[in-house]
Design a protein around this ligand. Sequence first.
Ligand code: HEM
Length: 265
Amino acid sequence: MTWTDDGPLRSVRYVTATINRGSATAPVSPPTPGKPVHTAPPGKLGSSNGKKAVMAVTGAIMVLYLVAHVVGNLKIFYGADTFNEYAHWLRTVGEPAVPPRTVLTIVEIVLSVSVLLHMWSAISLARRARRARPVKYAARRKSQASGYAVRTMRYGGVIILLFLIWHLLDLTFGAVNPAGAEGLPYDRIVQGFAAGRWPVTVFYVVALVMLGLHLRHGMWSAFQTLGLAHGRGYRPLKVTAAAVAVVLVLGFLSVPLAVTFGVVK
Ligand code: HEM
């Protein structure tokens, strides 16, 4: 057992961590000279922990937006007038104290910055992980570095980004929507998810399921980064991450499915 200055407890933790993480089964080459693996001091935004914190905070902002967005979307079940009034309110909220679209523009800026920072930290953390382990594990193992979770987050993230681009062109700008740029928000949804456009609905279903998996894993990772996911907090937080993801996905799915199957027309 390795004895550290902090005494036996620290040593036991050290050994446990080593066992849990396992060790490389192939030699790991030293970092390339002049290309340090770790450039920023821990705690700074550019450090690994800093980037994980950026991911957690920007992820939390986007989850809050999604909660508000799904609640707004569900107004479609109250009819065209209620939904269109709500869409109008989004553009006029805060008037006359502030000019039209002020709040919506702030939301758009915060969301765009969040998406960019979230992607930047994800890409640089992935690059750093690859640099730190230039030789792959000899045995395939279910690990954070190569497993299901990483694939879900990486490919899921790309699908969600493609979905977002289509979604904005479709329902925000009306560029690829049969109701067009002048169509009312309710008409864009009803015409956009009409039964004849079922491939669009299928794409939404796939993207939303990926979003759900991404959210579940992302929230769980954020809880771990914040040091909450241990002891008594472990199970409740794992269940919370899954429950929030399932509720959001079902809420979002209900709208395109209701239109495609003729419940909302
Ligand atoms: C089936 C589910 C969804 C439906 C029916 C839906 C519907 C809409 C509609 C109608 C708008 C335009 C609002 C308006 O301009 O009045 C919109 C905007 C938007 N949606 Fe969605 N949405 C869905 C899922 C999502 C998801 C999963 C995300 C994020 C991953 C998302 C992100 C956005 C964003 C960023 C905007 C632009 C907001 C703005 O104008 O600033 N939506 N959505």
